[in-house]
Each structure stands twice: as structure tokens, then as C-alpha cells.
Design a protein around this ligand. Sequence first.
Ligand code: ADE
Length: 251
Amino acid sequence: MKTKMQVDVITIFPRMFEGIIQESILKRAQQKNIVKISIHNLRDFALNKHSIVDDYSYGGGAGMVLKPEPIFRAVEKIVGSAKAKRRVRIILLTPQGETFDQDKAKELSREEHLLFICGHYEGVDERVKENLITDEVSIGDYVLTGGELPAMVIIDSLVRLLPGVLNKRESFENDSFYQGLLDYPHYTRPRRFRGKSVPALLLSGNHSRIRKWRRQKSLENTLKKKPDLLEKIELSAEDQKVLEELRRKRK
Ligand code: ADE
């Protein structure tokens, strides 16, 4: 069966990916041929015999910069061998990129071929940014030691969106963010735990009332924790009424 998505990663720490891609849902997605994840060691593309991939910054100053040749060579090998020259999104992970979010995860999950380049040190030679990459992405306004963890975060978040990866029980339809709102509260057995009970409505079997309660709780959670999300989505008249009531109560 043809693999639906190809994910390549260029990194100087390939072993960091071993656990992540060989466990749980990423492992299952690969076994089902929904995605193929290939990790490439940047040092294998260095032209010198010591496999050096970084150098001093022209103009001086502290910090090393990833050299352009090994990255260009690695990308050319990977993209050059891409079947029928399908479009490849080439994503550089740096703290300066656009901030990753669920919309970006959805957008990337529709692509056939993604190639992640993990930045390091002071960064990568500007000619890589200017000539190779299609996207520069950050996972948040903090600085990590490299782009490996961000690449793993992004791969994890988009692979679970690929059709057939999650089963019905794990489905993402009700994810926090998926519909632009935060999730509602969940409970499981036992009904009573350390004196605290599950809301009776959830045990009532009345599915339309449960649906309504969950929507209300999602709105309440979003209003409390991430109110800016409410500006971005279309709300029904019923939703607006719930929010008005919640805002009135808070005053
Ligand atoms: N490299 C270092 N910090 C990073 C971040 N926050 N996002 C993406 N890549 C990074």
C-alpha cells in the first residue's frame, strides 16, 4: 500500500527521535502505512572528514552557525528523490518562526511530504532560509536547545489528524481547539471518588441534555481560560446566550 504522508527530519541528534517515533500512535500510524517518518543525520552530509556542520559567524560574535552546504545537500537528496517531484513543505524550526497552533497542524496534515530542519546554536546560515525553506516555525516564545523537540511536537500533533490514525474512541472531533473551543470536563468510573461525585446529568442517558451541558462547559472553560479564542469562531445564538449568562454571573 502507498504511504500517504512522508515526513523527513534533518537533525544532528537523530537518536533523540528513536523513542518518540517508535511508540504509541506514531508507531501505529507508521505500521498502518499512513505515514513514513525518516530521520537523517546532518553530519552524513558534511563535506569534511570530521563531519563538521557548524562554523563561526561572519562579522564576529559568540555562537556557532549551521553551515549551508550540508543542509543543501541533505535537502537536495531528500527532495530530489521525492516521487514525481511532489510538493515538499520544508520547515525550519527556530524561535523566530510563526507560532505553531492547531490551525497550522491541520494545514500541514493535508500535505503529502514534509521535511523538518532542526536548527541549532545561533541558528542556520541565512542562505538556507532564503533559498530552501517554505515555512519557519516556532512552538512558543521560549528558547530550547534545538529544533528537535519542536519537530517532535509538530509531527505528533499532525500525524494524529491523518485519516485512519486515531480510532473512534480516540477521535479528535472533541479535542480542545479542534472546534475552536476548549474541551468540556470528562469523568470516568468510579461514580463517587473520595466523596466527590460525577455530575448526575452525565449518568442520565439523556443525550441531548448531555450535549447541551458539554457545549456550555466548553464555552465556560474557554471564557475562563482562553477568552481570545471566542473572537475567532462563529457562535450560534444559543452559544451567545450561554456566554451572556456566564458573563453576567461573573460580574
Ligand atoms: N529552537 C529553539 N527554540 C525553539 C522554539 N521555541 N521553537 C522552535 N524551534 C526552536
